[in-house]
Design a protein around this ligand. Structure first.
Ligand SMILES: [Fe+2]
Length: 141
């Protein structure tokens, strides 16, 4: 739920002076749990909300990486069906590829969550594979 909601206000608040802090009151009004709202606030570096729970760390560690993996899938003939951590890491080192993805946030997220980069990439790729078609990626079948 947190992952799905974390950028919900981005279209109405596309700038960092409003996103996601101005979205939080909307979620409160809708009755979302404070644990979810706090985690959403913590994904924004500019708010300096400490990422002190597994939920907060997981959201941050998956956010930029999921977008990056999607970008990797867009330029492959079979999407993310055969995407390996090795290729993702190689692309991370190419600043011109998916240039808007903050590499430092990918590495920081992995460090904060205290997981291995290869394993984390593999985990996120695996999580996205079943919905690759819905994400607009080519599928092997
Ligand atoms: Fe965001």
């Amino acid at each position: 739920m947190t992952a799905l909601l974390h950028d919900f206000d981005y279209e109405i608040h596309p700038t960092l002076d409003k996103h996601p802090q101005d979205g939080a009151p909307i979620l409160r009004e809708e009755g979302y749990p404070e644990v979810v709202i706090e985690a959403i606030l913590s994904h924004a570096e500019h708010l300096s909300v400490p990422r002190d729970t597994p939920l907060k760390k997981t959201l941050f560690a998956c956010d930029e990486l999921a977008g990056f993996i999607h970008a990797c899938g867009l330029v492959r003939p079979d999407g993310i069906a055969t995407l390996e951590p090795k290729s993702v890491k190689k692309k991370l080192k190419q600043p011109s590829f998916a240039a808007k993805v903050h590499r430092e946030d990918v590495y920081k997220g992995v460090e904060e969550l205290d997981v291995d980069l290869d394993e984390h990439i593999a985990f996120v790729v695996e999580a996205l594979r079943p919905i690759a078609g819905e994400l607009g990626l080519r599928t092997a079948a």
